[in-house]
Design a protein around this ligand. Structure first.
Ligand code: ADP
Length: 415
């Protein structure tokens, strides 16, 4: 089945065309036929990029004034590049949807009720869900007969028990406003947990994992027998680990103090929390881990401190989740930093021998941008770096959801 995977933001669409089916999932031979993006939608300088391997990326700059025009152009480009012969070759569309609230614990084919529930969740993710829905509307208009599936960032964490998701606020806030921890990056945590099992030939019911997704946004999850039982992001993606420009865990009273001292409005505080904190805030120079590692190597103390705070927070969560899980079989690093920064992985795992975690320096240094084990032979816990592939999981979920809707029982392939 050829599936168009869409990730729609406020002025951009990222897309991939992926071919998958039960056999391809099982043998991990699903094919990415094309990938691309359109940025700056709504301007006369929108940038459209399409890569159809092995050909080089085609880039054009043109006027694309709205979302409908953007998707039409993307599909046209897929045809021009011969990734699809005709639009009718696209058999399903999979949408990344950021927030599924408590409505969705799995991916679903979108119908009227699902659309309504995604709209309800928009209040919880006002910066994301409306754009994800807009992607659905334009795709429906372009391909009215093609099934469309929503894959939620939050769904994987719906198995987290109340003791881990309830905040110490008056309970009425949970009832009235649904204030609780939801967690995000679920598709990524699920994907690397699945790969860990595949690589080591284990079924998911037999493994307890801690998965660390370290990209611009960062989160870490405790997975017990394939189910998320705790995760570091909360009501919003602000909670938990230090991130590129977000501070993660913080005393909430410190925010009130800053607001009162600097007379900040809610909007100003929100901007500060989203754009000016984290690695960028501490270093005062960059949210990019590559820059900070280079600066630290040159002796820049602020960059060094930012990296230390970043790694220490990860280490603390590994300790906490070891306690939550009771027994840990593996730790997985993923995301741009987790996949490519051996120094960060080493520092985050330093001194965890008592928890059965020992990194092998040479193995760690050798694994960048690919799957590989980085723990030593004597390490009780297997530590791995595994590149994430959220689009692939969205495509696989889309295939499964469509088949189930058509009455074919889910075989569990590739989960
Ligand atoms: P996003 O969350 O936007 O998908 P990514 O997963 O691509 O982000 O991760 C972006 C982060 O990965 C940036 O901080 C970047 O510095 C970091 N990164 C990418 N490549 C490397 C590398 N070779 N070494 C260290 N950090 C890297």
């Amino acid at each position: 089945m050829k599936i168009l995977v869409l990730n729609c933001g406020s002025s951009s669409i990222k897309f991939q065309l992926i071919e998958t089916n039960a056999e391809m999932m099982d043998s991990n031979t699903d094919r990415t036929l094309a990938r691309g993006s359109i940025d700056r939608i709504g301007t006369n300088e929108a940038t459209l990029k399409v890569t159809v391997p092995p050909a080089p990326t085609r880039t054009t700059t043109e006027e694309i004034l709205d979302y409908q025009a953007a998707l039409n152009r993307a599909v046209e480009m897929l045809k021009e590049c011969r990734a699809v012969g005709d639009i009718s070759n696209i058999e399903a569309v999979g949408h990344r949807v950021v927030h599924g609230g408590e409505h969705f614990a799995a991916s679903v084919v979108i119908d009227g009720k699902v659309e309504e529930d995604i709209q309800k969740c928009a209040e919880l993710a006002p910066l994301h869900n409306p754009h994800n829905l807009r992607g659905y509307y334009v795709a429906r208009k372009l391909m009215p007969k093609v099934p469309q599936v929503a894959v939620f960032d939050t769904a994987f964490h719906q198995s987290v028990p109340p003791r881990a998701y309830i905040y110490g606020l008056p309970y009425s806030y949970y009832r009235r406003y649904h204030i609780r921890r939801y967690g995000f990056h679920g598709t990524s945590h699920r994907y690397v947990a699945y790969r860990f099992g595949k690589i080591l030939g284990k079924v998911r019911e037999d493994v307890n994992l801690i998965t660390a997704h370290l990209g611009n946004g960062c989160s870490i999850t405790a997975i017990q027998k394939g189910q998320s039982i705790d995760t570091s992001m909360g009501f919003t993606p602000q909670e938990g680990l230090l991130m590129g420009t977000r501070c993660g865990d913080i005393d909430p009273a410190a925010l009130l103090y800053i607001m009162s001292k600097d007379k900040l409005t809610l909007h100003e505080m929100s901007t500060l929390l989203n754009k000016n904190c984290g690695l960028y805030g501490i270093s005062g120079e960059s949210n990019d881990m590559r820059d900070l590692l280079a600066a630290s190597a040159r002796g820049d103390e602020q960059a060094k401190l930012a990296i230390e705070v970043f790694c220490y927070r990860i280490k603390k969560y590994i300790g906490a989740y070891s306690a939550a899980l009771g027994h840990v079989d593996g730790v997985v690093f993923t995301g741009g930093i987790g996949e490519n920064a051996p120094d960060v992985r080493a520092l985050a795992c330093e001194g965890l021998g008592e928890l059965g975690i020992q990194i092998d320096a040479a193995r760690n240094a050798a694994v960048t941008g690919k799957e590989g084990e980085i723990s030593s032979d004597g390490s009780r816990v297997r530590v791995m770096a595994i590149p994430t592939n959220e689009e692939l999981l969205i495509a696989r979920d889309t295939f499964r959801a469509v088949r189930e809707k058509n009455g074919t029982r889910d075989t569990g392939y590739g989960k």
